[in-house]
Structure formats: structure tokens, C-alpha cells
Design a protein around this ligand. Sequence first.
Ligand code: 13P
Length: 252
Amino acid sequence: MRKYLMAGNWKMNLTPSESREFAKQLVSSIKDLPNDVLAMIAPTFAALQAVGEVIKGSEIKLGAQNINENESGAYTGEISANMLLDLGVEYVIIGHSERRHIYKENDELINKKVLFALKKGLKPILCVGELLEEREKGITNDVVKNQVINGLKGVDASEMKNVVIAYEPVWAIGTGKVATPEIAEEVHALIRKTVVDLYNKEIADNLTIQYGGSVKDDNVDGLMGMANIDGALVGGASLKADSFKRIVKFEK
Ligand code: 13P
């Protein structure tokens, strides 16, 4: 059965020294998780080594915020799968809305990254989500469905056990405007249905679909109570030990 994945995306926050100290706090407070709950943190690349050392042997897994789609070579400023693996990274966030919108990553590139991460044995978290204007135009379902279909192009059924999808409505990221559990659930159900159509019901039932966008300690329980919401990808509230701990230890 699928698990909840409660993940902190630290974005471009915390220096390596700050990250190390913060990770120490998290290790001492995030433990004894139920069998169906996983915790993950994704620090900046520069802090992966320091954080990896601190969380080794703990219940917290290591994630990265991006990856390059090539093996190695002349890609200034990029980071490869082998580099991430060498640092103990298990998950990699791909196609985050900040990558899509600020750095103009398109579905084709995102799909290449997903395929390459899987080939290397990393677990991609494929991010999808509509802009406010797309929601207002009533095209949310088409936008999200296309992002899922294009992001998973060429992914073999046997690899789907290593894939996570994160639904992050762009209008809810960093704005304090969380999608209501009902609004999020509707899109999560659509994502799962899309995966049934692309693969089959068993694969879709085992897929973890996270919600992201202004998740806080005071709204996480309602979101996690929905049938198709299996975890959270948390930005701002993952930078405070107490709130992240409460999010990871949500109550349904
Ligand atoms: P916030 O939780 O700060 O809205 O960020 C969400 C996000 O983008 C996580 O990837």
C-alpha cells in the first residue's frame, strides 16, 4: 500500500552550517514514525553533504531540489545524478513550479529529467500544478493532466513504484492561500485516474501523490484526511523545527 511522504523543500534557504544545525534538531524530534509515513528533507545542493552526514541512520531521507538530465560533461552550474547518489540522495524534486516558471523548464525537459533520474536509481518527485489564471479559466484539469502525461512519457510500468507526484497549485505556493482539502482532493483524484489510464489501477493505487502549497501545522490534518492526498511537499513551514515536526506527525 502507498505511503505518506512528508517532505521539506528548503529551496534557496539556509547556509550549509545553518542546514547542518537545523538537520540535527530535526533528527532529534522526528522519529518513531508510523510504518506508513516517510519523512524527507531537500536542502540546497551546497548543504547536501553536511545534511546527509547528520541524518544518516535516522528516519529522515535525503532529497535534492533539481538534477541535470545528462550523465556528465560541459554543463556549467549543473549537478548530475552520480553526484547526488554519491552524497546519499534518494529523492529528487523535478519540475517544481519555480523551475518551470522562473527557469522556463518545459514538459519535455522535465520528462528527460524524470527518465534519467529513474535510470540512475533516484526517486523523482514530479511536480505539477496550474497557474491562477489557468484555474480561473477553468482549465486546471487539462493543464494538470497534460503535465502528468508528458512528465511520465516513456516511464515503464515497472519503474512507477519509484515515482512520486506532487500537486502544487502555483497560486498556493508561498502565498498563504492553501487549496481547501476538497479543491486539492479533486485534482489528486484526477491525477490518480490519469495514472490508471496510463498504466493500471494497481500502479495508481500504490502511487504517492503529495500536496504542496502553503501547507502549515494548522491545515495539514485536513489535507491528509482526504482519500487521495498522500503527503505534503512543504516550503516555508519546513524551515521551522516545531512546525515541520507537527506536519510530519499529522493526525488524520
Ligand atoms: P510553501 O509551503 O512555502 O507554500 O511552498 C510550497 C512549495 O513550493 C514546496 O515545494
